[in-house]
Design a protein around this ligand. Structure first.
Ligand code: ADP
Length: 241
């Protein structure tokens, strides 16, 4: 599915968080929103998800304007920063949550929910941990539970806010490869937020570089690396070399 943002403007009081932002993610594309803290990445992601609404501009899925639709009426899965798992629910209950809150006429039977949860838990290789609570899991396992929860509603679009932020370097690298595989297998269009340049350049098909609520560059990782248009990326490359 194509996801596009058209001239998005978002204010918080007198502060302009997004100032005329437009972009398009092609079907099957893995897009990174890269930029320093406060540049508007999470706000843009939340607007794509319907967790936040723009003051002007539109979000379209395959050309259809979904700007005023709530999240549950968009084909999106969302992975929150720090995963935001429900602490009082088991892993299986967390994964099935999105299905249990569907409107009554769309809600699967408990048996179907349970079968779908089993399927998702084996996809994320946590089939044996369904009865555990999030506090009993490692960071990498929690990340995979959050991903399974996001995938439960069979999304066409996967949105991830700093999906690797809380993890150590080794786990992060393994999960990157693995997330890429899930993205491909499930034929998703994915957008992830990161302030980590290396992660964006390593994982994304294209990188959207944001700063102060505007887009400074949209390009392939190679082009962003070799012809950086943004001071943020230039600083990073300067430090790295
Ligand atoms: P990033 O994800 O790039 O770190 P955010 O999109 O989270 O940036 O935030 C962009 C700016 O908007 C920040 O300065 C932040 O403080 C501000 N902001 C975000 N959400 C709100 C809100 N609900 N109320 C007020 N200000 C907000």
């Amino acid at each position: 599915m194509t996801v596009s943002a058209h001239n998005i403007v978002k204010h918080f009081g007198a502060f302009t968080a997004l100032n005329d932002v437009s972009l398009e993610a092609q079907p099957g594309e893995f897009l990174a929103l890269l930029g320093p803290s406060g540049s508007g990445k999470t706000t843009l992601l939340r607007i794509m998800a319907g967790l936040e609404f723009p003051d002007s501009g539109s979000i379209r899925f395959d050309g259809v304007d979904v700007s005023t639709r709530p999240t549950r009426e968009r084909a999106v899965g969302f992975v929150f920063q720090h995963y935001a798992l429900f602490r009082h629910m088991t892993v299986a209950e967390n994964v099935g949550f999105g299905l249990t809150v569907k409107p009554r006429n769309e809600r699967p039977t408990p048996a179907r929910i349970s079968a779908r949860v089993d399927e998702l838990l084996s996809l994320v290789q946590l089939g044996h941990l369904g009865d555990r609570y999030p506090s009993q899991l490692s960071g990498g396992q929690r990340q995979r539970v959050a991903l399974a929860r996001a995938l439960a509603v069979n999304p066409n679009i996967l949105l991830l806010d700093e999906p690797f932020g809380a993890l150590d370097a080794k786990v992060r690298k393994d999960l990157r490869r693995w997330l890429r595989e899930v993205h491909q297998t499930m034929k998703l269009t994915s957008v992830f937020v990161t302030h980590d340049q290396e992660e964006a350049l390593d994982l994304a098909d294209r990188v959207v570089v944001m700063n102060h609520g505007v887009i400074e560059q949209i390009d392939t990782p190679d082009a962003v690396y070799n012809r950086p248009a943004s001071a943020f990326v230039c600083d990073f490359l300067g430090n790295a070399n």
